[in-house]
Design a protein. Structure first.
Length: 350
């Protein structure tokens, strides 16, 4: 019998952390997660998979800590002794990183070094996944791949570039299995409410429910390569199962503007954009990333990973979910896409 694998996830309570935990539990892993103490509950994305540790069936364990606290990180990595560490924890909001650049550098940048150091000091054979980002490409001309130069355009992106290089440095300097997944934007019904896709689908649901009249947004011209989070956490797992540590771009290979997203979402529910969308300067960024589009050829060739959910599918999946949450009747095309493309899906609640 093969031994049960143990994984530690930072950022367990976030969009990706919650799907990844579900995927790893489904694969039979024992899952450990770093969570922050908050004065209100911050576990809504993982409540449905949480089992009280007194229960003999419990396979997921939570550990209080913070990426700014190296002592606790050292303790957790030493005591848990995981086989794999998925480092997803970060101050992940690009616009917010302009307001709190130092904090973002500490958590999104130095947080990675704290984990890498803890691994190096405890057991160097632990496999490490770094949540790198297409934001690192910033001002580089699309399409972007593993060879594209980084041109970071925000404190967040600068912190991620630092983390990317630290992962590579520990791979080369200490022979550690440290890999970067350079993931392009990926969304889902669990996406944080202030990222643009979720803000739009949730905003439209509120308008339909008669709670709001307008949706206030910033730059509608920017283009992104948007995919579906559950598929992207599968890529993270595949990256750590590869024969050797390496860096991989993960994306769909398509790009669309915020305007395209609005068109698709408003037409899905039969509303008029002009009647409901207003521009507010406060959502613009001091420096913008104009266009991102992945060239994901390497991940398809080496990992066998390819996105199934298209841009149009994604909008429908997110609209159905937010309309359901608002107590509205749902068009249902998003639900159909999920069952057609995934059959028996491994994630439960959305
Ligand atoms: P989220 O913002 O949804 O989740 C971030 C997670 O990090 C949360 O669990 C949050 O905890 C945790 N966190 C934040 N600050 C700290 C801290 N100081 N100490 C410990 N934990 C902390 O991000 P996503 O799930 O969308 O993304 C996961 C990772 O992938 C992030 O690193 C992100 O930067 C990166 N990424 C994301 C992409 C995307 O399109 N989603 C694309 C490329 C990279 P809490 O719940 O308490 O706030
Ligand atoms: P991004 O995602 O910055 O790409 O980072 P976000 O959804 O915040 O912005 C995408 C684009 O939409 C424009 N935009 C707005 N954005 C927000 N949040 N709110 C608005 O009202 C609004 N109006 C227009 C932005 O200017 C931008 O061009 C996400 C995060 O998940 C990162 O952690 C991750 O690394 C990258 O994706 C890949």
């Amino acid at each position: 019998m093969t031994q049960q694998k143990k994984a530690l996830i930072t950022g367990l309570t976030g969009q990706d952390g919650s799907y990844l935990a579900e995927l790893l539990l489904h694969k039979g892993y024992e899952v450990h997660g770093l969570i922050r103490r908050a004065s209100t509950f911050n576990t809504s994305r993982i409540d449905h998979i949480y089992v009280d540790p007194h229960n003999p069936n419990a396979q997921m364990y939570l550990h209080y800590g913070d990426l700014a606290d190296s002592e606790q990180i050292n303790n957790i990595i030493y005591n848990v002794a995981p086989d794999e560490v998925y480092h997803l924890g970060a101050q992940s909001h690009v616009r917010v990183s302009f307001d709190i650049p130092e904090y973002t550098g500490n958590v999104t940048g130095l947080g990675t070094t704290r984990i890498l150091e803890a691994i190096r000091r405890s057991r160097k054979d632990i496999r490490f996944y770094q949540a790198s980002s297409s934001e690192m490409f910033g001002g580089a001309t699309p399409p972007q791949d593993e060879e594209t130069q980084f041109v970071p355009r925000s404190p967040y992106a600068c912190a991620k570039v630092y983390s990317y290089w630290m992962a590579k440095n520990y791979r080369e300097g200490y022979n550690m299995f440290a890999s970067n997944g350079i993931l392009f934007n990926h969304e889902s019904p669990r996406r944080g409410e202030t990222f643009v896709t979720r803000k739009i689908t949730r905003g439209i649901a509120s308008i339909l429910a008669g709670k709001e009249k307008y949706l206030y947004l910033g730059n509608l011209e920017a283009k992104r390569d948007w995919g579906f989070s559950p598929e992207y956490v599968e890529a993270m797992w595949m990256i750590l199962q590869a024969d050797k540590p390496d860096d991989f771009v993960i994306g769909t290979g398509e790009t669309h503007s915020i305007n395209d997203f609005l068109d698709e979402a408003f037409s899905y529910v039969g509303l008029n954009i002009e009647d409901h969308v207003r521009i507010d300067q406060k959502y613009f960024r001091p420096t913008e990333v104009d266009a991102l589009m992945a060239n994901p050829d390497k991940s398809e060739k080496v990992l066998g990973w390819k996105a199934k959910v298209t841009f149009e599918d994604l909008v429908k999946i997110m609209m159905d979910s937010d309309m359901r949450a608002a107590g509205l009747e749902v068009p249902g095309e998003g639900d159909e896409i999920i069952s057609k493309k995934f059959g028996e899906k491994w994630w439960k609640k959305d």
